[in-house]
Design a protein around this ligand. Structure first.
Ligand SMILES: [Zn+2]
Length: 88
C-alpha cells in the first residue's frame, strides 16, 4: 500500500510534468492524491499554475513587429491627412 505513496521531492518533480500534461492518468492521480494531503506541495502546485497562466496571457498579448509597423504607418498616414490644411 505504501508503495503508491510518493514523497515531496518526487511529487514536485512529477508536478512539472503534470502541469505540462505529460503524465499518465495513473501518475496524475497519484500526484493529486499527494497534493490533497500535503499543504506544502499544494502551495507549489498553486503557484506553478498561476505562473503558467500569467506567462500564457502575456504571450497572447505579444504583438508581432510587422503588425506594430503597419499600425505605426497607418497612424502616420492619418496624422499627415489631418495636418493638411483644409480646402474648401
Ligand atoms: Zn508533499
Amino acid at each position: 500500500m505504501a508503495d503508491d505513496e510518493i514523497d515531496c521531492d518526487r511529487a514536485l518533480i512529477e508536478l512539472y510534468e503534470f502541469l505540462d500534461g505529460e503524465l499518465t492518468i495513473e501518475r496524475r492521480e497519484r500526484i493529486e492524491l499527494h497534493l490533497h494531503g500535503c499543504q506544502h506541495c499544494f502551495a507549489s502546485y498553486d503557484f506553478e499554475q498561476e505562473l503558467r497562466f500569467v506567462v500564457r496571457s502575456r504571450l497572447q498579448m505579444e504583438v508581432p513587429p510587422s503588425l506594430i509597423e503597419r499600425i505605426t504607418r497607418l497612424l502616420e498616414h492619418e496624422a499627415r491627412y489631418i495636418d493638411q490644411p483644409g480646402q474648401g
